[in-house]
Design a protein around this ligand. Structure first.
Ligand SMILES: *Cc1c(COP(=O)(O)O)cnc(C)c1O
Length: 463
């Protein structure tokens, strides 16, 4: 089953990939609907608008950098996932991709459930009124305090990640007079990323309990014996930014194999299977993600087929998309500060943010696209690298991109598909202030996470 090696590969920060940038897009002013949120367009003056508001107005009123989130698009995507899986399955939005109270309310209204993996995420979810029974609690090292809070709140499930945690959660639940619904997270030996997956017998990572060596079966044995736990299913999460469904096929095959063993040994058919998240989105025009209904169909078929051949009742499926819902719904709006052409190489375009608002390029070698959004331009394309303002040469936002050669300080540029893992991973490196998240919808802009202030920074510094 093994395909090619994991593609993280060597970093070619200084060597441009062959042929990658050889063809600038035919029209630098065009906005590929694959990578921009759905209400994005240019107005008659050539200024980009989103949710009916132009970016110049947004920049004037909210400053830059700013994450601009298209609420209608978010709701559409959340609803599309919900509808695609129907009433036969549950969709849990992975809060770590981006969580705020407004987002929690939208999810609640659109009928989605929510994954959290820390006390802070749980607090955000509960404070915005997400019913506790629609929350799943994840993590490989939840503290006893976090577990107690989750059990007290009545979360729908806790996903157990280790032998110690099985006992810990059981003990806490029992001491509170509760029986906590739990799933066991297993590692099935599949690591999937984009177009590749690796299938092995073992998996070398911190999450989950390995199927290999009968460890997961032993975890099930122990969980079934403890009064404080109600074991409802098995959980598996195989990777991120996945386009190829065949990794899920191998994972489902192996999880169903465990369900079959459980039936044979204990006479119980666990009612649920969670296949995790990790579905890919388009960061550039080269990416071709699948629609939720295609993914739902593929996953449902895989699980049904595997269960039929194992003669098991098909369990209730759940999935946990994070990036695939919020990723495409936001862009980061920056103002250009300096434009520095390096002869024969490229032009460095410095913006007023950087690795503090988008660490993914530095951390994962992620690719992004970028466009001039405050005006249109007929100037020839120039090969550019968009960099931030941090004291660090790896502070790159967009590694290779074409921008118009008349780009100048004061222009606004935007990087699309920054809804996931940008604000949620933002830092205060260099004591830079984290940008706001501005939600736009039908001509109205609303700050849902405000910009950090120097006062915020100094409040934590108690001298
Ligand atoms: C990160 C994570 C997700 C969401 O991943 P995406 O790539 O954002 O879809 C879902 N489930 C678990 C257990 C995760 O750790």
């Amino acid at each position: 089953m093994s395909r090619s090696a994991h593609p993280a590969g060597p970093r070619h920060a200084d060597v441009l990939p062959e042929g990658h940038y050889s063809a600038p897009p035919a029209d630098l002013n065009s906005l590929d609907p694959k990578v921009w949120s759905r209400t994005v367009t240019r107005d008659d003056l050539g200024v980009v608008t989103v949710g009916g508001i132009d970016v110049k107005t947004l920049a004037e009123e909210h400053g830059t950098p700013a994450y601009v989130l298209d609420e209608a698009d978010f709701r559409d995507r959340a609803r599309a996932w919900r509808t695609a899986f129907g009433t036969e399955a549950d969709v849990f939005y992975a809060g770590k991709a981006f969580l705020s109270r407004a987002v929690v309310r939208w999810l609640h209204e659109e009928g989605l459930n929510l994954d959290v993996c820390s006390g802070g995420e749980l607090a955000t979810a509960l404070s915005a009124g997400m019913p506790a029974d629609r929350i799943a609690f994840h993590g490989n090292n939840k503290s006893s305090e976090e577990i107690e809070r989750a059990v007290r709140a009545g979360v729908g499930r806790i996903v157990l990640d280790s032998f110690q945690e099985i006992v810990r959660v059981a003990h806490i639940a029992q001491s509170l007079g509760r029986r906590q619904r739990v799933q066991i997270r297993v590692t099935v030996g599949v690591e999937a990323h984009t177009h590749e997956f690796i299938a092995t017998a073992h998996e070398d990572q911190k999450f989950g309990i390995p199927l290999a060596g009968g460890q997961a079966a032993e975890a099930v044995r122990r969980a079934l014996r403890l009064d404080g736990l109600e074991l409802i299913g098995i959980h598996s999460h195989i990777g991120s930014q996945i386009f190829d469904m065949s990794g899920f096929e191998v994972a489902a095959h192996r999880v169903v194999g465990l369900l079959k063993d459980i039936r044979d040994e204990h006479g119980v058919e666990l009612p649920e299977i969670d296949l995790g998240g990790g579905l890919g989105i388009a960061y550039t025009s080269d990416d071709d993600p699948r629609e939720p209904h295609e993914i739902a169909k593929a996953l449902t078929e895989i699980v049904t087929r595997e269960c039929e051949s194992a003669r098991l009742r098909t369990p209730r499926i759940s999935v946990e998309p994070g990036r695939a819902i919020v990723g495409p719904t936001a862009f980061t709006l920056y103002e250009v500060g300096t434009v520095k052409p390096l002869d024969g190489l490229r032009t460095y375009v410095s913006v007023d943010g950087g690795m503090s608002d988008n660490i993914r390029t530095a951390l994962y070698d992620a690719e992004y696209s970028v466009a001039l959004v405050s005006r249109v331009s007929d100037a020839a394309p120039m090969l550019a690298r968009v960099v931030g303002k941090h004291c660090e040469s790896g502070d790159i936002v967009v590694k290779d991109a074409f921008l118009p050669s008349d780009l100048a300080p004061g222009d606004l540029i935007a990087v699309p598909a920054t809804g996931a893992y940008c604000r949620s991973m933002a830092s205060n490196y260099n004591h830079v202030l984290r940008p706001p998240v501005v939600a736009v919808r039908e001509g109205e802009a609303r700050v849902i996470v405000r910009r950090e202030t120097e006062e915020d920074l100094l409040r934590l510094d108690v001298g």
